[in-house]
Structure formats: structure tokens, C-alpha cells
Write a protein that binds this ligand. Structure first.
Ligand SMILES: O=C(O)C(=O)C[C@H](O)[C@H](O)COP(=O)(O)O
Length: 226
């Protein structure tokens, strides 16, 4: 396991504070997987109708970049890219208009390319060593993935003791039943997840249910003071 210990890019610290602001305004980050740009637009509209104002559109399908580009037309929606695992995808995501880039793990190359493009970077770290590598690049908020199998809230609290000031965005296993447990923790800046945009809902074109589940998630976030 090799890690690059480069210095942060010139945009790193501005980008970090903007990420904090973005997450404060978007405490629930839906992880969206779509097979077409049109599905992306429909999902985006359904999310906004339910009060969710961002979407992390994954590069897990070939439609990812096209969907990000098409979703720029959805009013009130900030579109980011997810499952970004190499610098070619960073380039494609930035070209498509992604405002932030999320990875399921930590890659210094991906973070640097994102910072160099002046786009917000949210890499995932599941333990203290990866967090230290992220800190070296000026990252002040990390995705915690997969959150539930890595110990959930107790693990985040334990890591937080060693890294005061670091923000976390748990993703993986978060749902309507445990969202409040996560959002009650100060260092958790937002939660990511797919529970309101499940593949079967997208396949069925059930935009109303996506809106209902989004509204439910936002109501829970509000109860937690977000
Ligand atoms: O693709 C990525 O970059 C990921 O990090 C994976 C997603 O965030 C999780 O698959 C969401 O988890 P669930 O909400 O449990 O479905």
C-alpha cells in the first residue's frame, strides 16, 4: 500500500470551507445510480420536490457523466459525482459540471486532480491511517464508507477523538431508521445513501415515492436541527 504525500493543491483550503457550507445546506446526500440522462433529470426533479437539494450521481453506470450534464437543468439542485476512482473520471465529471467529487476510498491522485480543477473533494476514509493521508492534502471532511459495517456512530465518535475538527459523511447502510442517530452527532456534517433513490424505484419511474422518501429524510434532518 503506497500513499503519496504531496502537498495540497492551491485551492484546497477554500474548497474545504466551501464543502462545509455545501454539506450544511445539504444534510442528506442521495447516491444516485441511473442508466440514462433522462432518468437522472427525473430523479433530480423528484428529489428537489421532496426538499433534497443535491445529488451524488455515480460513475457506476456508463450514463453517469451524461446524467450529471443533463441534471444541470434541474433548478435548485447541486450535482456532484460519485464512485469516482481515477483521474480520467475526475476530468469527465468536471467537464460535465459536477460541483463536488466523491470517492468510495482515498486516492491522493484523485483528490489532487479534483483540487487542481477547483472542485470540492470528498474522499472516503474508513480508518485513522487513511484519514491521516487525507489530512496531508488539506481535506477537512471525509466520507466514512461503508459506515454501518465499519462501526457506525461509535466508530465515528472514536475516530473523532483523535481528529478534532474533522467532519464525517457516513454512507453505506444509512436509512430512514438510523438517519437521526447519525445526524445527532455534531461532527457528522451530512449523511449519504441510496434509500430514497433505490434502483427499483428508478426502474419503475416511481418519482412520487422518491419525493416522499426525500421529504421524510429532510423531516428527520430538521428534527436533528439540520
Ligand atoms: O459508490 C460509491 O462511491 C459508494 O460510496 C457507494 C454508495 O455510497 C453506497 O452504495 C450507498 O450505500 P447504501 O445507501 O447502503 O446503498
Amino acid at each position: 500500500m503506497t500513499r503519496t504525500t504531496e502537498t495540497p493543491g492551491p485551492n484546497a483550503s477554500t474548497a474545504s470551507s466551501s464543502l462545509t457550507a455545501l454539506l450544511a445546506a445539504n444534510p442528506v446526500v442521495p447516491v444516485v445510480v441511473v442508466d440514462s440522462a433522462q432518468d437522472g433529470v427525473n430523479v433530480g426533479k423528484a428529489l428537489v420536490a421532496g426538499g433534497i437539494t443535491t445529488a451524488e450521481v455515480t460513475f457506476r453506470t456508463a450514463a453517469g457523466a451524461d446524467a450529471i450534464r443533463a441534471m444541470q437543468e434541474v433548478e435548485g439542485l447541486t450535482v456532484g459525482a460519485g464512485t469516482v476512482i481515477n483521474t480520467a473520471q475526475v476530468e469527465a465529471a468536471v467537464a460535465a459540471g459536477a460541483k463536488y467529487i466523491v470517492s468510495p476510498g482515498f486516492s491522493a491522485d484523485v483528490v489532487r486532480a479534483t483540487q487542481d480543477a477547483g472542485v470540492l473533494s470528498l474522499p472516503a476514509c474508513s480508518d485513522a491511517s487513511w484519514i491521516m493521508a487525507a489530512l496531508e492534502l488539506g481535506i477537512d471532511t471525509v466520507k466514512f464508507f461503508p459506515a454501518s459495517v465499519n462501526g457506525g456512530v461509535p466508530a465515528i465518535k472514536a475516530l473523532s477523538a483523535a481528529f478534532p475538527g474533522l467532519g464525517f459523511v457516513p454512507t453505506g447502510g444509512v436509512n430512514a431508521d438510523n438517519l437521526a442517530d447519525y445526524l445527532s452527532v455534531d461532527v457528522i456534517r451530512a449523511c449519504g445513501g441510496s434509500w430514497m433513490v433505490k434502483k427499483d424505484l428508478v426502474a419503475a419511474g416511481d418519482w412520487e415515492q422518491i419525493t416522499r422518501l426525500s421529504a421524510q429524510a429532510i423531516a428527520i434532518a430538521k428534527e436533528c436541527g439540520r
